[in-house]
Design a protein around this ligand. Structure first.
Ligand code: AMP
Length: 396
């Protein structure tokens, strides 16, 4: 892998794509700087080498137009605080003048460009725009895993202008190393826990994990399409009719490959989608009409916990129920605790997907996991076995 670890950027202008897509409050203040902090290691390395570092990122969805409510200026301020030195914010759009501004920087200085999605050429991957970006640097680094599945100008197309000088930043490196471990590990027993609302966004991952994992625990709203595929009654639970056949085929594939498929034995059913709904525990395939499954039940929790605690490697993507509502969080919380426990006992755990990450944060367990992916969509596509354009562009 082409990591920044292996080179010195002394005397070079380094153009680095980062993911500073952080939330801002109504006064334009950064409310959560996690993503900025995650890039600091790469930033420090390049600055300490004695390079001029030019950072580019998107924020929000300005759709190719200047929209100052999505300006990166507050991010430049926050980054200045985190690195303890001034970050030059380039307010003007990229032009000949930008190159002159970069010339004026001292070695070791940092410049942050304005929101890269203010340009229509970014998301369309425009060649001319990519060439203009490339003119700002002598080397290119991609440290934005969260957008690695997008073939945009700053994430992918620009890389070809640096055939000998393109690298992964530390964050990207770490994601690739861990996701490769998830996909090619020989550690067993290996358990995947897949949940969340939609079968359609997860079924390709489940299929790609067949032949790799020993146990497959399925929960969340998506489980009802599987239960329906087996002939169960699911009441008003979430359900994707056009995925039933694929769910059935996937079950057969799992059986054929000897994957131990664990569907919940019981379900917490509710009479409405609300925390104060009436609740009852029912067998998974026997949800009464008018009721909907919003969490896995106590028997299902017991089984999932046993399997997780007997694993040496765990991949978890997607909550087991509507964990945002306290009355339907038991399944997700119990799984989170079991994954943390097995990690503490020496197992390896990989967590991904915004909602599972939100769940482990809710239960304050994030420091107990081996690896938490920073990329939602990018991680999903990686686990589906797709080659991400932002990764391929550096490796080619
Ligand atoms: P996803 O983004 O597909 O990973 O789905 C995450 C969302 O699925 C969370 O907001 C959960 O509240 C929701 N979810 C989990 N289980 C259920 C369920 N049984 N019924 C409805 N929504 C669910």
């Amino acid at each position: 892998m082409k990591s920044i670890q292996d080179v010195s950027f002394k005397g070079k202008r380094v153009l680095m794509r980062v993911d500073f897509n952080v939330p801002l409050d109504e006064n334009g203040k950064v409310t959560d700087d996690t993503r900025i902090r995650e890039s600091i290691a790469s930033i420090q390395k390049i600055v300490n080498d004695g390079a001029k570092l030019i950072l580019m990122s998107h924020l929000g969805r300005p759709k190719g137009k200047v929209n100052l409510s999505m300006s990166l200026e507050p991010v430049a301020e926050q980054l200045s605080k985190l690195v303890g030195k001034k970050v030059h914010f380039e307010r003007e759009l990229i032009s000949e003048q930008t190159i002159k501004e970069i010339e004026k920087l001292n070695w070791g200085d940092i410049m942050l460009l304005e929101n890269i999605r203010f340009y229509a050429g970014e998301e369309s991957g425009d060649e001319d725009f990519s060439a203009r970006l490339a003119s700002l640097g002598d080397a290119y680094v991609n440290d934005a895993f969260g957008t690695a599945h997008r073939a945009h100008a700053s994430t992918t197309i620009v890389a070809k202008y640096f055939p000998k000088d393109k690298y992964f930043g530390y964050l990207m490196d770490n994601e690739i190393v861990n996701l490769e471990k998830v996909l090619s590990s020989n550690i067993h027993p290996y358990t995947a826990i897949i949940g969340g609302s939609k079968v359609s966004t997860k079924i390709d991952i489940i299929r790609n994990l067949i032949g790799r994992v020993d146990n497959m625990i399925i929960g969340g709203g998506m489980v009802f399409t599987f239960i329906k595929a087996l002939g169960g009654n699911i009441g008003n639970s979430l359900f994707e009719e056009d995925k039933v056949e694929e769910a059935r085929q996937t079950i057969l594939e799992m059986v054929a490959h000897g994957v131990n498929l664990i569907l919940p034995a019981d379900i917490v059913a509710a009479d409405k989608f609300a925390n104060d709904a009436n609740r009852q525990i029912v067998a998974a395939g026997e949800i009464p009409d008018g009721w909907m499954g919003l969490d896995i039940g106590p028997k299902a929790i017991k089984k999932a916990t046993e399997v997780i605690l007997n694993s040496s490697m765990v991949l978890w993507n997607g909550p087991m129920g509507v964990f945002e509502m306290d009355n339907f969080q038991n399944g997700t919380r119990s799984v989170a605790i079991a994954v943390a426990t097995v990690t503490n006992a020496g197992g390896y755990s990989a967590i991904g997907g915004g909602d599972s990450v939100a769940a482990i944060n809710k239960y304050d367990l994030s420091s107990m996991m081996s690896y938490i992916s920073t990329g939602g969509g990018a991680m999903l596509e990686y686990l589906e076995g797709l080659k991400l354009p932002g990764i391929a562009a550096i490796e080619d």
